[in-house]
Design a protein around this ligand. Structure first.
Ligand code: ZN
Length: 105
């Protein structure tokens, strides 16, 4: 399933999308399109950090901010999982409304 969201900021507007396929769960599953088992994957990493004896220690037992943002097949390019925040971080390339209005003129 793909969902679209319209984002407006500073007079600009663009669309971000989320992908959540019913036929793929995680990287233990082969690509449903081509059966490949090689993926490109982006995730967040974070959590609670504390200073202990001069060293910064990550406490994953307290709060784990790891989230999958994007997974695609390296062989066929199928997008298998995508959080809408991925577009805000990597793929935002224009103004959909500005592009649409200039196309209609
Ligand atoms: Zn594939």
């Amino acid at each position: 399933m793909e969902r679209s969201f319209r984002v407006r900021t500073d007079g600009r507007s663009f669309t971000i999308t989320a992908v959540d396929r019913d036929d793929w769960t995680d990287m233990r599953d082969p690509c449903p399109e081509c059966a490949s088992r090689a993926f490109d994957h982006v995730s967040t990493s974070g959590g609670r950090y504390e200073l202990r004896a001069g060293a910064v220690v990550r406490r994953t037992d307290r709060w784990n901010a790891d989230r999958s943002l994007h997974t695609s097949c390296r062989n066929c390019g199928a997008v298998l999982d995508k959080h809408p925040a991925y577009d805000l971080l990597f793929d935002r390339d224009g103004d959909d409304e500005r592009a649409a209005s200039s196309e209609s003129v």
